[in-house]
Design a protein around this ligand. Structure first.
Ligand SMILES: [Zn+2]
Length: 656
């Protein structure tokens, strides 16, 4: 994925401008709701599933860090990770967000091919969206069939434009032909499902349909839903893009991009079923709404909402059979620790019709008056069927208890148990016993599942590492870098100056750099070398914040490592605890720690050099090149001497 040819396409000054503009909390807030916590901001990590927030954003340092899964970095790293982009793509993404113009060189054919499939599929999808939208507004067929459908249903133009709706021309391959003429490859048209292709035959998937583009959370088009207007029982009314590398139905919610800010602001999300439900609610002025678009609600979709709010209200139209069928799915939301409410619309209304009839104020009032807590709702709904039937009632109790027992929070759970006890007329103690039984069963199921997954993982091939992983660093190298970066400008020793009465202060950075250079012990690790010499080159500049310099570094490998070091992910604190050094703040005992860090680093390096020399001695003696062997033995003896000095200096306790 790392293609250095792209890096050269954006000049350094532009990269700096982008990095300056892309304030970390502003970038992250597009995807995660952040709350202030001290000097930092805190939210639920978008990269792993968590119930309590450990995803931290520091505006002062310009970085994010998750203490759950360890992911961290600057704004560019965040976008790379979140949008699955390469470094230059992430820069371009941010440039778009902050309206910074990037002057790009013309891409060569070869570079075009280098772009990975996913990006090409997104580009094709974006082209398709623009094509369909233009067709709806400007072409006769689009206007008479598509636009008039929307107009008949009283959709305003601004809403249609907000959701980029469109129309796909009828016929065998008008769209595919137009796309190919524009240079889009059939391969990606097929991979996105826009074109259906068999051997020597193909056709447009969505021919003659009204098109609803599906945006991902960042606003890029990744798929489509198409509605046919013809009355033909043989053709499905709604057709969706097939699953692809960019579209996973179970992880997407329709409208999340247009709704996310409002969800975050109102701390609430409405869930409806269809595309037009979402459009109508926006038109009525209610914008914190998403649709599961036909699929049963999945845990991934719930987590998507949970990034912005823990509160979700499901809006149903009054068909009881349909509601009952979906009840089980809602347990999934409870399991995520979310607050679920249910709103039943009046008989004969759906979210679309109701929104058009009521408008925002009345609609919101209706919601406020009628939304019910999910467990109460479920209990009441099922209770109707079970009156006078003890067997059915027992079934109902265990059903409701199953829902209660998945709620992660103990206090919430006990509130529900009280409530259910009242509604069902069953003793609280009995309900508690049932909940315990359910929980035991659930944890057993969970263990079995974990076991299966572990077994699966064990047989899967490990992926080769893509970037320099810190495992390629020695612990001593990482600690050396951490202290170098963190305390670079701190004063360390007073040295006697040229004049007898003058003293000169030497900083941590100066000392650490000098020590390794003098002994010619700078690590061969390329990333270490880069950072070492860069610190060395900026030492003279006054007031430079080394941390910031490196965490905001345009080289993503450097900024990544700096962030990891800053968050102390790779520091073996046990080692320090053993040495008894961490009773004090490290800032207060730098004059003790820094020489120790340097010595440990050197000691380890020397050990490695010795091993290397031993290997060489063996090789050369096999070749019977005794001159070389003699030289090597000499070096070895010197190293041993240095080693002994270190052992004496460090004390044997610290070295193991
Ligand atoms: Zn995480």
């Amino acid at each position: 994925m790392n293609s250095p040819t792209f890096v050269t396409m954006i000049d350094h000054a532009t990269i700096e401008r982008i990095l300056d503009a892309a304030e970390i909390s502003d970038v992250v807030s597009d995807f995660v709701t952040l709350r202030k916590r001290g000097v930092n901001q805190l939210g639920l990590c978008p990269f792993h599933n968590e119930k309590t927030p450990s995803f931290t954003v520091s505006s002062a340092k310009g970085i994010f860090k998750c203490f759950g899964c360890g992911k961290g970095g600057n704004s560019v790293n965040f976008i790379m990770e979140h949008e699955n982009l390469t470094y230059p793509e992430a820069l371009k993404w941010l440039a778009r967000k902050y309206n910074i113009e990037i002057v790009e060189k013309e891409e060569t054919e070869e570079q075009k091919q280098q772009k990975d499939d996913r990006e090409s599929m997104m580009i094709v999808s974006s082209y398709a969206q623009k094509y369909f939208t233009r067709y709806l507004w400007e072409e006769n067929e689009g206007r008479t069939i598509g636009l008039s459908y929307f107009r008949e249903r009283n959709f305003r133009d601004d809403i249609l434009k907000k959701f980029d709706v469109g129309f796909a021309p009828d016929g065998k391959t008008p769209f595919t032909e137009a796309a190919q003429k524009e240079g889009y490859k059939i391969d990606f048209l097929e991979k996105t499902g826009l074109t259906i292709k068999r051997d020597d035959w193909m056709r447009d998937r969505f021919a003659g349909r009204i098109m609803f583009p599906i945006h991902n959370i960042a606003g890029r088009v990744i798929a489509f839903g198409g509605r046919i207007l013809k009355d033909d029982k043989k053709i499905a009314k709604y057709l969706n893009s097939p699953e692809s590398d960019i579209y996973h139905k179970s992880r997407v919610l329709y409208g999340i991009f247009q709704a996310k800010r409002e969800i975050s602001k109102t701390e609430k999300c409405y869930l409806v079923e269809g595309y037009t439900d979402v459009l109508s609610m926006h038109q009525a002025g209610i914008e914190n709404v998403v649709a599961s678009s036909g699929t049963a609600l999945t845990p991934d979709q719930i987590r998507l909402v949970k990034r912005f709010t823990p509160n979700i209200t499901i809006i149903y139209d009054g068909d009881e059979a349909g509601i009952k069928a979906s009840l089980r799915g809602i347990d999934l939301i409870l399991e995520e620790g979310m607050n679920v409410k249910v709103l039943l619309l009046p008989q004969g209304e759906d979210p679309d019709s109701f929104a058009k009839k009521m408008g925002a104020t009345k609609y919101l009032k209706y919601i406020e008056d009628n939304e019910a807590d999910f467990i109460q709702f479920k209990t009441r709904l099922l209770l109707k069927d079970t009156e006078n039937d003890p067997i059915k009632k027992a079934g109902l109790i265990s059903d409701v208890i199953r829902s209660v027992s998945v709620i992660p929070d103990t206090i919430t759970r006990s509130v529900y148990i009280k409530e259910c006890s009242r509604l069902l007329g069953v003793n609280e103690d009995i309900l508690y016993t049932e909940v315990r039984k359910q929980k035991t069963k659930q944890s057993e199921d969970f263990r079995k599942k974990e076991f299966r997954e572990k077994a699966k993982k064990a047989t899967a091939k490990p992926k080769p590492p893509e970037k320099i992983k810190p495992t390629q660093f020695l612990v001593e190298e990482l600690e050396y870098l951490r202290f170098l970066l963190k305390h670079c400008n701190a004063p360390l020793f007073e040295l006697e100056g040229d004049d007898e009465n003058e003293t000169e202060m030497i900083s941590v950075g100066e000392f650490m750099i000098q020590e390794l250079e003098a002994d010619d012990l700078v690590s061969e690790n390329p990333l270490f070398k880069k950072m070492f010499y860069e610190v060395s080159s900026i030492l003279d500049k006054e007031n430079i914040d080394t941390w910031k310099h490196f965490t905001q570094h345009p080289d993503s490998e450097i900024s990544q490592l700096a962030t990891d070091l800053l968050s102390e992910k790779y520091i073996e604190s046990k080692r320090w605890a053993k040495a008894g050094a961490f009773m004090e703040q490290e800032e207060d005992i730098l004059e003790v720690l820094i020489p120790k860090i340097i010595n440990e680093y050197k000691f380890r390096k020397i050990k490695i050099m010795q091993a290397e020399i031993e290997k060489q001695i063996n090789i050369e003696s096999d070749k019977k090149d005794y001159d070389k062997v003699f030289d090597l033995l000499n070096t070895m003896t010197n190293l041993k001497k240095v080693e002994k000095e270190f052992t004496d200096k460090l004390g044997s306790r610290a070295i193991n």
